[in-house]
Structures are given as C-alpha cells and as structure tokens.
Design a protein around this ligand. Structure first.
Ligand code: SF4
Ligand code: SF4
Length: 337
C-alpha cells in the first residue's frame, strides 16, 4: 500500500488564538527550553516548550499573562527585556500584583478567571483577590492595574486582546461540556458564566456583589452617571467601574493632577486665615506650591488630605466630588477606571 502523504498539521486552537493575538499586538511567540516565560525586548516572547511545563500550564494562559504585564508596563516596555521587571526583587512585586489584578479582571469578564489563572509563585495572591480584583484601593498595585485596564482599550492591544478572550471563552465553553471526569480535574471545568455587559454598555460587575448604581460615587442626585455619561436608575446593579462615595480628605487627586495654580477669589477665608500659604502677584494671589502640588496638601502614607479643607478657596469648592473633572483627576492618578 502506498504510504499516505501528510499535507496538514494539527495545532492546538487556543495556542493558535493567542500566538496570533500576540503577533497582532506586536510580539512574536517563540518556544524555548531556556526559560519559563521571557520577553527579550526585541519583540520576542519566549515561552517554555511543552516538556518543561506543568500539568496546569497552557501556552494561551502564559501568553495572556505576559500581555497583562505589557499592559501594566506600557508600550515603552516592549523594548525592555522582561518588561523591565525582576521578580527576584521585592520592589517589583507590586508590578506583578498589578498584572495579576488585570489578568483576573479581564479573564473574569468572560468567565475564565480560574481557567486562565497564572501558574507562577504569585498564584496565592491571585487566588486571594476578591470578586472585584480592583477593590483594594489602598494597594499601589490597584492604581497601576486601573491604568493598564484603560490601556487594554487602546492600540496595540485593542481589539485583539478582547477578541482572543472571547474566542477562548467560546472554545472552553464547548470543550467543558466534553471534559471527562478524571482524578486530576480538567481546568475547563472551572469555567464560570461570563459577566454580562452593564445596561450602560460598560463592563459588568459580578452579580454576587450587592452594590447598585444608587450606592456609586459616579451617580449624581439627578441620576446621571459620569462614567457612562447616561442616566442610571438607583436600583441598577453596579458596573465594573462602581466606586463607593469618595472622601476628598482621603483622595486629593484634583490637588495633585488638576491644578497648576490655585488662585484665590477676593473674600476667600484663606486670605485672612492662612497668610503663610499665599503668594501675592501683581494681578492675582495664589496658594504656594510644594513640588508638583499645592502646599496645603498633606500626604500621610497613601492618604492625601487638605490641611485647610474647611477654609479652602472657591476654585477648590467648585471642583465637585463625583463630577466629570473629578473622574479626570482620579483617572490620571489611576484611582478610577
Ligand atoms: S459608574 Fe457607578 S453609577 Fe455609573 S454605571 Fe457604573 S456603578 Fe452605575
Ligand atoms: S473632588 Fe474628586 S478628585 Fe478631588 S479630592 Fe474629591 S474625590 Fe478626589
């Protein structure tokens, strides 16, 4: 009998999706025996060959994890080996934590938080993240993660990352129906239902979280949401951008990122009460600055508060908590999505 000729090859569909997504984003996936996962700073993403992987490793997840690092570190890090990170040094751990918050948030949207979970030594941190992986606003990695999630909607990641996640979710959903019970359960079985988009079109939030738009900092009394730029009912479940009402005395984002000069309006109490803070010019008076912020702003750890809040000038009073300028200031510092 004439031997058959082999004209096609089989490739794992998930691997294909993520190799292609990485390529569209600007990264070339290469398999190696020399590293677990390593970006070379020249567009190469080197991932260990199959025989060096653990039973719960998969190429798709490993590429996705590296893409989450790229989101945290930004486009300039494409030219730096390993995104400029060195996990042997504790000072880089918060950047790893930020990537894991991004990984949990993006994969959670499509119900793959466990299926596409990291297989590194940081897994315990990932598993300990609550349903809202961005909830811990005191942790500096959360601000980095929020910056990264905003990047996910921009070039070169958008739309490839989202499409790869959707395609992966579709395949896993079907594969999970066929996965046979086994002594070591198949990862597919950990798939959850995707989180539906919010009624406003923003990414949704786990339905297990109780807060509604009525509890959210971004909804005005008139019912307008400054994140969605639309009216929202009090009883609507919160979206991914839900935030509890802010305490300006714990934030100070506008004092650090919105003003270059805090000018005094005639009659402002600060003129009489805090003369040491004033700088008088020929045509106007302003508050003294220290570095890149107003001298009245006091920083205590992660907390930034105004030392003269009750006597603050008119221009600061006009900057309303929860309004559009507040969103902009908080976004600049990574406080809000
Ligand atoms: S940002 Fe807040 S108010 Fe706006 S849709 Fe989301 S949860 Fe509702
Ligand atoms: S107005 Fe907004 S940005 Fe300014 S301190 Fe208050 S919460 Fe922060």
């Amino acid at each position: 009998m004439k031997p058959r000729s082999i004209r096609y090859c089989y490739r794992d569909p998930l691997s294909e999706i993520w190799i292609a997504a990485a390529h569209k984003i600007g990264l070339r996936v290469e398999r190696t025996a020399d590293a677990f996962a390593h970006s070379d700073g020249s567009g190469g993403l080197h991932i260990a060959t199959e025989e060096h992987l653990d039973a719960d490793d998969c190429l798709a997840q490993m590429i996705f994890h590296e893409l989450c690092h790229s989101l945290v570190e930004g486009p300039e890090a494409f030219d730096i080996p390993d995104w400029g990170l060195d996990n042997r040094h504790a000072e880089d751990h918060f950047r790893e934590h930020a990537a894991l918050r991004v990984q949990a948030t993006l994969s959670g949207r499509v119900g793959l938080r466990e299926v596409l979970g990291p297989t590194t030594d940081f897994r315990a941190f990932y598993d300990a993240l609550g349903l809202d992986a961005l909830a811990d606003t005191r942790d500096e990695s959360t601000a980095l993660a929020k910056h990264a999630l905003r990047r996910a909607g921009t070039n070169p990641w958008w739309p490839h990352l989202g499409r790869a996640l959707d395609a992966t979710a579709n395949i896993i959903t079907e594969a999970a129906k066929w996965a046979a019970p086994s002594e070591t359960p198949v990862l597919y079985r950990l798939r959850r239902e995707p989180i539906p988009l919010h009624a406003t079109g923003l990414p949704g939030r786990s339905t297990s979280l109780p807060e509604t738009c009525g509890d959210c900092a971004w909804r005005t009394q008139a019912g307008h949401c400054h994140q969605a730029d639309s009216l929202v009912e009090v009883t609507l479940p919160g979206c991914e951008r839900f935030e509890a009402p802010f305490d300006c005395q714990d934030c100070g984002a506008c004092c650090r990122s919105a003003y270059h000069s805090v000018t005094i309006t005639e009659g402002d109490a600060v003129e009489k009460l805090h003369p040491a803070l004033l700088v008088v010019h020929e045509n106007y008076t302003e508050l003294r600055r220290e570095g890149d912020h107003c001298a009245a702003l006091i920083t205590e750890g992660a907390r930034h508060r105004c030392a003269i809040y009750d006597d603050r000038p008119t221009c600061c009073r006009d900057f309303t908590n929860g309004e559009q300028h507040c969103v902009t200031a908080r976004r600049r510092l990574g406080y809000s999505l």
